[in-house]
Every structure is written in structure tokens, then in C-alpha cells.
Design a protein around this ligand. Structure first.
Ligand code: FES
Length: 108
């Protein structure tokens, strides 16, 4: 299992986003009102980074992020597309907090 430290939890107030290198990929770590999330930092439509995209909370389901380029929205928990383009989901990761350090790991 790959496990990469992202920073101290104090660096992640609600609304914070941070893109990190994770092997050969970039992973975007987000803290929203409902918790921590980690997703592939590449839109599956045309490879635009998702860093900086607005995050929307949804009642009774996980939040979503909107790609700033053409407006696609992805579910932060599943990575599934909510609005087209595109049709392909993005990868999602697990966020762990240990001794106030935030880590990203691959999903088991
Ligand atoms: S690059 Fe993200 S919607 Fe087109």
C-alpha cells in the first residue's frame, strides 16, 4: 500500500485544497464541511487539473467538485461523473489522519 504524507491537519481548514505527487500521479486532497477527500487531480475529460474547483455539499450524499474548464462535476467519494462531459470516472483515494498528520493511501 502506498501511503504519502500530505501535511499537518492544521494546514487544512474547511475549504482547503492541496495537490500532491503520488507516485506518477497527482492527487488532490480536499477538506470540505463533511470531511477529507482525495481524488485524482486530473479531469477525465481533457486532463485539466481539478485543483481550485468549487466543492458543493449535497444532502445525504458525498460532495462534488466542478472542473473549471468545461464544468464537469465528479462525486468526491466514488469519482463518478455527475454531469457530462466526461463519461469516465476519476480515481479516488483514502485519507488517513494519524497523530495530526494527513496521509493519502490507495483504496483497499
Ligand atoms: S477538462 Fe474538465 S470538463 Fe473538460
Amino acid at each position: 500500500m502506498t501511503k504519502v504524507p500530505v501535511g499537518d491537519v492544521s494546514e487544512f481548514p474547511v475549504g482547503a485544497q492541496k495537490s500532491i505527487e503520488f507516485g506518477e500521479e497527482y492527487v488532490l486532497v480536499i477538506r470540505s464541511l463533511s470531511g477529507f477527500w482525495a481524488i485524482e487531480d486530473r479531469c477525465s475529460h481533457d486532463n485539466n487539473e481539478l485543483l481550485g474547483g468549487p466543492v458543493t455539499e449535497h444532502e445525504n450524499k458525498s460532495p462534488s467538485i466542478k472542473c473549471l474548464r468545461h464544468g464537469a462535476q465528479f462525486d468526491l467519494e466514488s469519482g463518478k461523473t455527475i454531469t457530462i462531459p466526461p463519461y469516465k470516472p476519476i480515481r479516488t483515494y483514502t485519507v488517513l489522519i494519524e497523530n495530526s498528520t494527513v496521509y493519502v493511501t490507495t483504496k483497499s
